[in-house]
Design a protein around this ligand. Sequence first.
Ligand code: DP6
Length: 325
Amino acid sequence: MKAAAKAHTNIALIKYWGKRDESLILPMNNSLSLTLDGFYTTTAVEFQENLTADRFYLNDRLVEGAEYRRVTAFLDRIRQAAGRPDAFAEIHSTNHVPTAAGFASSASGFAALAAATAKAIDLPVNEQQLSIMTRHGSGSACRSIYGGFVEWEKGIKADGSDSYAVPIAPADHWDIRVAAVILSSAEKKVLSREGMRRTVETSSYYPAWVDSIPDDLAAIKDGIAHKDFEKVGVIAEANCLRMHATTLAASPPFSYWQSTTFSIMEAVQDLREAGVPVFFTIDAGPNVKVLYLPEQEETIRSTLLGIPGVHDVTVSRPGQGVSYI
Ligand code: DP6
C-alpha cells in the first residue's frame, strides 16, 4: 500500500478569487492557469497496519498543528471514498522550490498528495475525479493535475461534482516563459483563503470582478489557441490588476504588494515601452511572475536581477501534469 507522485505548481493567468462554498471549495468564477516546470512537489505515501494516526513529513521535518490537520482532513476524504476509514499513512513530501521565500507550494503539494494517496489506498480515479479530490485540499491545486494551459470550470452543482479542471492546451503547444521573481523579504500578511473571503464579503468591487471573467476567458483562450502573445499578456496582466483592485475596496482594505512589487511592475512596463513584449501577473503575495517569449530571456533576466530588492529569478517553461514515480 504505497505510492509516490510528482506534481508541478501553476500560475493563474485568469485568477480564481472568491468562493461560493467554503467547505467544498467551490469558486465564484472559472480560472485559467499555466502549469510550471520549475516548481514541483514529490510525495510518497505508505499506509501501514501499525499506525493509529497519519504521520506527515515535509522536507524531512515532522509536521504538527494546523498544517498537519489540513493534510489529515484531506486524507480523511480519500479514506472514506476508499471504504478504509481507519487506514493511516506515513507521508513524505518534498517541495522543490528554489528558495523558501514565500512561494506557495499548496498547488503542487495537494495535487501530488491526492495522486499518491489514491494510488496507495487502491482507489481507482480518473483525472477528472483526481482534480475534484485535489480541489478539496486547495482550490488552485485542482489545475495542477494537468500540464500546460488548464481551465478550472467552476461548475453549477451544489455538491461540487462538476467543479474540476480541464486541459486547454498541452505543455508542448507553446514555449512561453515565466520568470518567478523572488523578493528579498516577502511576507504574506493576509493568507489567500482569508483574503478572498474578506473580498467576497465586503468589497464593493467584487461583483465587477465576477462580471469581467467570461470576456477575459473567451479572449485568452483564443489568444492561447493562436499563440498570440500580446493578446494573452494584455489580458493576464489586466485580470491580475483587477483581482488586486478588489482587495483595495475590501473592508478593512488590504494589499499584497510591497514596494519592490511596484518596482518590478514598472520595470516590465518600461521594457514594453522599449518594444519588448513582456507582461506580469501576481498572486496573493508580493512576488511577481513575468511572462515573455524565449528570445527575450537574457534581457528579462538581467533587467529583473538589476532591480533593488530582487533576491532571485527562476525561469519556468510550461510543465507537465501529475505523474507517478
Ligand atoms: C490568487 O488555491 O491558495 O493564487 O482554495 O483557499 O486553498 P484555497 O486558495 P488558493 O488560492 C489561490 C488564489 C490565487 C489565484 C489562483 O491561483 O487562481
